[in-house]
Design a binder for this molecule. Structure first.
Ligand SMILES: Cc1cc2nc3c(=O)[nH]c(=O)nc-3n(C[C@H](O)[C@H](O)[C@H](O)COP(=O)(O)OP(=O)(O)OC[C@H]3O[C@@H](n4cnc5c(N)ncnc54)[C@H](O)[C@@H]3O)c2cc1C
Length: 319
């Protein structure tokens, strides 16, 4: 087993490599020699070129079709295709966390999910992350021979490799186990426009303080190139769909910039956004708990503050 091969499970959408995959490859370069693992139909030349640009020396294609959607089969396929790679990096999602833990059972790896980064210390992989609603910073060393690291989107700045080469494409055949689950049909859920909430580098969220009017939140998010989030109270009111909910029972986000508008900052909400890079809060109540974790706070009505912020940003850009 080569000691410094780091496999990266590539997330792709409609054949295109997603931004978090480029972040994961960038992180993998700091841990060893990255190879890209691609589950699904063979990638197009531009996707292979992109993976090479970000440091993948090889793109290993495992053509298991829709079975890639079944974590038990995906884990078995990855175990077979990465026997020579002691480290695997995946992007932390509900699905990859299940794959990672099943894979760890198969190959004896130590596994950490939701990491904000990783490094190699004395030959071992160390990860860092925030836990318990971002109230603790934790470093974890994986002492097993194999390591699986799930990294959150937006925690590594993606950058192309300094000396990129052409990635070779290898097709890998794997035998899949018989499982008691089987896919009956696959129907893509209608996605809203723009960047998915969990991956967005900027999230602008609105809560009960919007009083149900998301026009300004959407406009602000569009100006900042971000996604729209919401508190649970807002989604429970039916003001915006549940897929926008941020928090303990919603999506966990770690954008570079999180803007909370008319959100009090209840612990359940904080649990899903507190690890964001910079937190900005707009709230009428100077004692709102959200200000305790904010880097910048504006006391005022979002209906007054957001239009001024949009105007100032546009003026700054000369628009
Ligand atoms: C088991 C459990 C799980 C939960 N999971 C989640 C979760 O995942 N995500 C989540 O968000 N919540 C979750 N909750 C709910 C959570 O506890 C809070 O009730 C919720 O987050 C409050 O939403 P809010 O901040 O929008 O509303 P509120 O707490 O009512 O706060 C509204 C805020 O808006 C401000 N405001 C009002 N008008 C304006 C204005 N014009 N301009 C600016 N500010 C204004 C007010 O000062 C106030 O601070 C959960 C609760 C439970 C029990």
């Amino acid at each position: 087993m080569s000691t410094d091969t780091v496999a990266v499970l590539i997330e792709h959408r409609d054949g295109a490599v997603t931004p978090p995959s480029l972040e994961a490859l960038t992180l993998a370069r700091s841990l060893g020699t990255p190879i890209a693992l691609w589950l699904g139909d063979a990638p197009a030349a531009d996707a292979v070129a992109r993976l090479g640009e970000y440091g993948a020396s090889e793109v290993r294609v495992v053509g298991i079709g829709d079975d890639a959607r079944l974590p038990a089969k995906a884990a078995a396929a990855i175990a077979a295709a990465t026997e020579d790679a002691p480290v695997l990096v995946v992007i932390s999602t509900f699905v990859t966390k299940e794959i990672a833990t099943r894979l760890a059972v198969l190959n004896g790896a130590g596994v950490v999910v939701d990491a904000a980064g990783a490094s190699r210390v004395d030959g071992r992989i160390e990860t860092f992350q925030t836990v318990f609603a971002a109230t603790w910073n934790v470093r974890t060393r994986i002492d097993a021979e194999r390591a699986i690291v799930g990294v959150r989107p937006n925690t590594t700045q993606a950058s192309p490799a300094e000396n990129p080469g052409d990635a070779t494409v290898t097709q890998v055949e794997v035998a899949l186990p018989q499982t008691r689950e089987r896919l009956v049909s696959v129907e893509p859920v209608e996605q809203g426009e723009g960047v998915p909430l969990a991956e967005a580098p900027v999230v602008v969220s609105g809560g009960r303080g919007t009083n149900g009017d998301y026009t300004l939140i959407e406009e602000f998010a569009a100006v900042l190139g971000g996604a729209v989030g919401a508190s649970r109270d807002a989604t429970d009111e039916g003001w915006i769909s549940h897929e926008h909910m941020v928090g303990q029972t919603g999506t966990t986000v770690t954008p570079a910039l999180y803007v909370a508008c008319g959100i009090s900052g209840a612990v359940h909400h904080r649990g899903g956004m507190q690890a964001s890079g910079t937190i900005v809060a707009i709230n009428m109540d100077p004692d709102a708990p959200i200000f305790e974790i904010s880097d910048f706070g504006v006391v005022g009505s979002l209906f007054d503050v957001i239009p001024q912020a949009i105007e100032t940003i546009k003026a700054h850009r000369g628009e």
